[in-house]
Design a protein around this ligand. Sequence first.
Ligand code: LLP
Length: 425
Amino acid sequence: MTQPLLAGAPFVATHNHDLYLEGVQLADLAKEHGTPLFVYSKAAMLSALAAYQRGFAGRKARICYAMKANASLAVLQVFAQAGCGFDIVSGGELDRVIAAGGDPAKVIFSGVGKTRAEMRKALAAGIACFNVESEAELDVLNEVAQSMGQRAPISIRVNPNVDAKTHPYISTGLKGNKFGVAHERALATYQRAASLPGLHVTGIDCHIGSQITESTPYLDAMDRVLDLVQAIEAAGIAIHHIDFGGGLGINYNGDTPPAADALWAQLLAKLDARGYGQRQLMIEPGRSLVGNAGVCLTEVLYLKPGEQKNFCIVDAAMNDLPRPAMYEAFHQIVPVSARTGETITYDVVGPVCESGDWLGRERPLTVQSGDLLAVLSTGAYCMAMASNYNTRGRAPEVLVDGDKAHLIRRRETVADQMAGESLVR
Ligand code: LLP
């Protein structure tokens, strides 16, 4: 009997007590490639994308995958082949888009600290738009574009000052955040941008945070942005596209974010009511396209019972899965093959020498050392934030497509890690 484990991750399922991703048995992949191991479902990514595509049917809309969520080349390739653009935040990400076969003309460039070199690279590649985050950045971009005999297409990221009601580290649309131009300064900043010969104003954008599980912050932000569009156009500056950023949450632990198509039905109703429904729209989703498409497989190394706590020590750690340590994030952890026996409550921890190196707290598990566990919902902001802390090589990645499994990144070796280093001679 096949049973999905998590409402948001329908492509992860148990079949006769064994865990599968699409048609591939996860225990087989762990045997072949070792652990820790990331495994992604192509069907899950495309089905998450399809919800947005349904939501935008009949509209002028471009979906720019926020590749910071998972920038592995084969993942980018899936979205490039599906016609997506990309939201980038560095020159390196632009190189990855091009290497994966993406179209630079569908790239938008976000981020508060773009360097001149990155601006030059993006202008030379002919990207669609720079999402400018400060007045100082406007001046530098103007200078760089003029020195190249170009006009840089820009939108200004406005900070709508709404509470996305998410973790403070991933909330970005409040006044105290470093992101965007304050709502009150936005009109003056647009007027300045329109006066600069190296810039060409094309749109407006906002992004209020990540792992947002309610519609209200989006609807409020949209009202604030549309008020600005009205004021900016009344001042004679045309806004061709409206970019609402990313941020839609996923189900990690019974979270109930709106589905992408349902959210966009609400947002489009508002856009229509205010007369902007036929504008070119852009969005920058990251987590909601890949988060529930991935699992991380890890082996139980040791069980360590204690007076206050029982520890289940596994071979994945905070360098592979940094979200619990950084945001106290919750990921479901389930056995890859069910076994019978006593169920004990464990803190699931990694081998890194830090008390912050935990993957899950107080988890009831029926396990023995040598068993495999799957950490769910790890397609977004896991591999992309992985590090080499404790000289641990980054895990390999496999992309599953139906009953086929493709190794898309091999395990990083210690030689890889030391390749750029040298002793003092
Ligand atoms: N656009 C901009 C300008 C952003 O800053 C972000 C994410 C996105 C789009 C995509 O947001 P998403 O759809 O993925 O929520 N490492 C954190 C999340 C950091 C998000 C940063 N910005 C985590 O693991 O929860």
